[in-house]
Design a protein around this ligand. Structure first.
Ligand code: GLC
Length: 722
C-alpha cells in the first residue's frame, strides 16, 4: 500500500482504533486460533475488551499456515478498516529445523553459516505464516552465570556486529516485500541486557555511557545498518532508567542519532514493569514514559489501551505521538505486502515441503559441525573405526540437544549422539549407557556404565546441562557440570582407559572435574536437530574441528566476569606462572581464563612464521599492513582462523589490552602454507574519548596476530599526526 494511502487510512481511524493498533496479544485472544478466542479467560483476566482485540495490531506466538490463516481470516471479518494483523514470533535459531544455539554459531566465526541458518529459519517460519521474528539477539555477554548467554554470539563487539549483520541478511533477504520466504527481523534487547549484575536475569545494569557505546551498542547498530526492520526494548535499566521508558536511549540514540524510524516493540510486560522498577507510580505513568520514549508496540500489557486516551484527553500526551507509532506499524505491514496479501507466505503445501526438509537438515548439520570447539586432544581423536567404544553419559542418547528458544523444534526430530555414532561404525562396536542423569544418579546406572566401560577400548562421555538450565530466567551461580556427572567422570577415569568428553551445554562452564580427567574435550554446545550427526562427523574425523570460542571459559566462577578485551590496571599480573606481590591477582586461582576468547584446536597443527609489518609508522590518511605465514604442519587438511587484535598503548582513557579488529579463515592442506595480510586503517584505531568523541589519537600501537587472543605475535607501529 502506498505511503499516501496509509496516511489516508490513518486519518480514517478513530483515536481508540489507533491506540488498539499499538497492542500485541498472544494467540488465546484470537478467534481462529486453536487455543484462542476464549471470551473468558485471558481477555477478561487482562481487562482487554473485545473491541481492543478486534483492532489490535499484532499477535505473538502464532504459527502454522492453517492456524495463522484462520486467525487472520477471523480477524479481518471484524476489523473495521481491513488492517491485517502482523504475526510475530521467536524464531531465534531455527523454526522446526533447529540450528546450534547462537553462542555456538558465534564460535563458528563464519558469517555465511549464520546467514544460511537464518535464511532456513526464515523460510520455514514464513511458509508457516510468521511475518516477523524476534531475532537476532545481539546482547554482548561477559558472564556465563546469565542464562541467556546461549542466545548471544559472545563477548566481542566486532564479532557480534558481524553476526548481527549476517542474521539480519538471512532473515530479511534483499527484498522483504516480494520475497515471501523471508521475515522481518527484530534486533534485541536494546540495550545492554547482557550486563545484568551477578549474571542474574533482569538484574540491574550499571555502566558508563562510554562502555555502553564502546562495547554494548555496536552490534545493535550493525543490525540496523544492515536494514533490520524492528527493535525490541530490554527489561533492564540503562543509567538508572528502564530501557523501555528511556528517552535518551530510545529517542536520543536510537531514533535521532542513529536515524532509526522503524517499529520499536517493548519486551513482554516491560512497560508495566516500570511500576516494579519504581520509575512509574502506576500503569498510566508507565504508558506515558513508554510512548514518550517512542515505544510503538506494547507487548502483552494493557498499559497503552487502558491509559493513552486519558493521557491525551488530559493533555499529558499529544496525539501526534500515537499517530507516529501507528504510522510505523502500518508502514511495516505495507512493506511486508500484507494489505495486498494478508496471508503473505502462509502455504500449507509449501509448509509440508519446506519445514524440516532434508536440505534444511543438511545445512543444520554443516553449521553444527562448524560451531563445535575442540578444547583438548591428547591424541585420542579422531576415533578409530575399529575400536570398541563405550558411549556413556546423560547425553549418550538424548534428544535434548536443541537448547532454549527452539520453539517448534522437537527432541524426537533430533539425531542423538548414539544415532550419529552408529552411522559411522557397526553396532557391535558401540555400547551405550547413561551412567547417571543430568543431575541425579542411580547406583545401577553407574554400575552398568562401569561394566560397559571395562569392555571398551575407549570411552566417549556425553555430558552437559539440560536445556532448561540456560535460557531466559535460567541462571546458575555454580557453573560446573552437575556433581553427579563429575562423580561419573571420576569413577570412569579410575579405569585408566582413554576418555573423550563431549559437552552439551548453553554456557561456558567451569570444566574442573572433566578437563584434566578426559584425554579430549569437544564443546558441542546445544548443536540442534542434526547435533548427533555433526558431532559424530567430528569425532571420527570426517570433518576437522574448526570452531573458536566467542566467549571465554573461566577458570572458575570466581573469575567472572572474565573477558579478553579487559583493561590492564595499574598493577597487572604479568605472569600466571610466578607469584607476584601487590598485583591484581587472586590468592587461589590464576587470572587467565581456562580457555581464552578465540581459542580452539584442530586435528591439524598450524605454525606461524615470518611476521612482518609494512611500516612502523602510519598517518590517518594512510594504511599499513601486517602479515604472517601459516603452515599446516599436521597430517590432515584443516581450517585455521587467523585473528588480528590491536592495542592502543596510551589513550586519553584506558584502552583494552586487545581488541579484535579482523580475522581470516583459511583452509590448508598438510604441508601447505599461506601468507595472510591484514590492512590496518585509522578507523580501526578510534575509540570514545572522555567526552564521548569517537576518534583516534597519534601514538604507539601494538598489533597482535595469532590463532586466539592469548597465543599471539606482536608488532608495533605508531600513528603519526596527519
Ligand atoms: C521474552 C524475551 C524476548 C522474547 C519475548 C517474546 O520475555 O525476553 O526475547 O522475544 O519475550 O516471547
Amino acid at each position: 500500500m502506498a505511503h499516501i494511502k496509509i496516511d489516508e487510512l490513518l486519518k480514517k481511524m478513530t483515536l481508540e482504533e489507533k491506540i488498539d493498533q499499538l497492542i500485541q496479544l498472544a494467540t488465546p485472544f484470537y478467534k481462529g486460533a486453536s487455543d484462542g478466542g476464549q471470551i473468558t479467560g485471558p481477555i477478561e483476566e487482562m481487562g482487554i475488551s473485545e473491541e481492543t482485540v478486534r483492532n489490535s495490531g499484532s499477535v505473538l506466538g502464532a504459527s502454522g499456515a492453517k492456524e495463522t490463516t484462520n486467525i487472520q481470516k477471523e480477524y479481518l471479518k471484524d476489523n473495521p478498516h481491513g488492517i491485517p494483523l502482523l504475526f510475530m514470533a521467536d524464531v531465534v535459531h531455527g523454526f522446526r529445523t533447529i540450528f546450534p544455539i547462537p553462542l555456538a554459531i558465534g564460535c563458528s566465526w563464519d558469517a555465511d553459516a549464520a546467514e544460511r541458518s537464518a535464511a532456513v529459519a526464515a523460510h520455514e517460519a514464513a511458509v508457516s505464516g510468521v511475518h516477523v521474528t524476534f531475532a537476532p539477539m545481539v546482547d554482548l555477554v561477559r558472564d556465563p552465570r546469565w542464562g541467556r548467554v546461549m542466545e548471544s554470539t559472545g563477548e566481542d563487539p566486532y564479532l557480534n556486529s558481524l553476526f548481527a549483520r549476517a542474521f539480519v541478511r538471512g532473515f530479511q533477504g534483499s527484498d522483504l516485500t516480494n520475497d515471501h520466504s523471508r521475515v522481518a527481523a527484530c534486533v534485541k534487547h536494546f540495550a545492554a541486557y547482557g550486563a545484568a549484575e551477578g549474571g542474574r536475569d533482569y538484574n540491574t545494569v550499571e555502566m558508563s555511557e562510554r562502555t555502553l557505546r564502546e562495547q554494548y551498542l555496536p552490534a545493535y547498530k550493525a543490525a540496523l545498518d544492515e536494514g533490520c526492520e524492528m527493535v525490541m526494548t530490554s527489561f533492564n535499566i540503562v543509567d538508572g532508567i528502564p530501557a523501555t521508558g528511556n528517552k535518551p536511549l530510545m529517542r536520543g540514540i536510537l531514533r535521532e542519532e542513529w536515524g532509526f524510524d522503524g517499529v520499536l516493540i517493548s519486551d513482554w510486560d516491560a512497560i508495566r514493569e516500570m511500576v516494579d522498577h519504581g520509575v512509574a507510580s502506576d500503569e498510566a505513568e508507565a504508558a506515558l514514559l513508554a510512548i514518550e520514549a517512542g515505544v510503538d508496540i506494547d507487548m502483552m500489557t494493557r498499559c497503552y489501551v487502558n491509559n493513552l486516551k486519558k493521557l491525551i484527553d488530559n493533555g499529558a500526551v499529544d496525539e501526534s505521538l500515537i499517530d507516529e507509532a501507528v504510522l510505523r506499524i502500518l508502514q511495516l505491514k505495507a512493506k511486508l505486502g500484507l494489505f495486498e496479501n494478508p496471508y503473505r507466505g502462509a502455504d500449507e503445501e509449501r509448509e509440508k515441503e519446506v519445514v524440516l526438509s532434508d536440505a534444511n537438515r543438511k545445512i543444520a548439520r554443516e553449521v553444527a559441525a562448524k560451531s563445535c570447539v575442540l578444547l583438548k586432544n591428547d591424541g585420542v581423536l579422531p576415533l578409530k573405526r575399529d575400536q570398541k567404544i563405550a558411549l556413556i553419559g546423560p547425553f549418550a542418547e538424548n534428544g535434548d540437544i536443541l537448547g532454549s528458544w527452539s520453539w517448534h523444534g522437537k527432541r524426537e526430530d533430533a539425531v542423538t549422539l548414539r544415532e550419529g555414532v552408529l552411522k559411522k561404525i557397526d553396532t557391535s562396536l558401540v555400547s551405550s549407557s547413561k551412567g547417571c542423569g543430568i543431575d541425579v544418579g542411580k547406583d545401577e546406572q553407574l554400575t552398568a556404565a562401569i561394566e560397559a566401560a571395562k569392555e571398551a577400548e575407549i570411552l566417549v562421555l556425553a555430558l552437559g546441562e539440560r536445556s532448561e538450565m540456560s535460557g531466559e530466567a535460567n541462571c546458575r551461580a555454580d557453573i560446573r557440570l552437575p556433581q553427579v556427572q563429575i562423580e561419573l567422570v571420576r569413577k570412569l577415569h579410575a579405569l585408566g582407559k582413554p576418555m573423550v568428553a563431549v559437552l552439551f551445554n548453553g554456557r561456558p562452564l567451569d570444566l574442573h572435574g572433566v578437563i584434566d580427567e578426559a584425554d579430549a574435550v569437544l564443546e558441542a554446545w546445544f548443536p540442534g536437530t542434526e547435533g548427533g550427526a555433526a558431532v559424530a562427523d567430528l569425532l571420527f574425523g570426517d570433518l576437522n574441528p574448526s570452531g573458536r570460542l566467542s566467549m571465554s571459559f573461566p577458570y572458575s566462577v570466581g573469575q567472572v566476569p572474565v573477558y579478553y578485551n579487559s583493561f590492564n590496571t595499574g598493577r597487572p599480573k604479568t605472569n600466571d606462572e610466578v607469584d607476584q606481590a601487590y598485583v591484581s591477582k587472586y590468592l587461589d586461582i590464576p587470572n587467565s581464563p581456562l580457555f581464552p576468547f578465540g581459542f580452539g584446536l584442530s586435528y591439524s597443527s598450524f605454525e606461524y612464521s615470518n611476521p612482518a609489518i609494512s611500516s612502523h609508522e602510519m598517518t590517518p590518511d594512510s594504511s599499513i599492513t601486517v602479515s604472517v605465514t601459516i603452515k599446516n604442519t599436521g597430517s590432515v587438511a584443516g581450517e585455521e582462523t587467523v585473528q588480528l587484535y590491536l592495542r592502543d598503548m596510551s589513550g586519553e582513557v584506558v584502552r583494552p589490552v586487545k581488541e579484535l579488529k579482523a580475522f581470516k579463515k583459511i583452509a590448508l592442506e598438510p604441508g601447505q602454507n599461506e601468507t595472510i595480510t591484514f590492512t590496518i586503517t585509522e578507523d580501526m584505531l578510534r575509540y570514545h574519548h572522555a567526552n564521548l568523541e569517537y576518534k583516534s589519537d597519534p601514538g604507539l600501537f601494538t598489533a597482535f596476530i595469532g590463532p586466539n587472543s592469548r597465543d599471539v605475535i606482536s608488532l608495533s607501529f605508531t600513528l603519526k599526526k596527519s
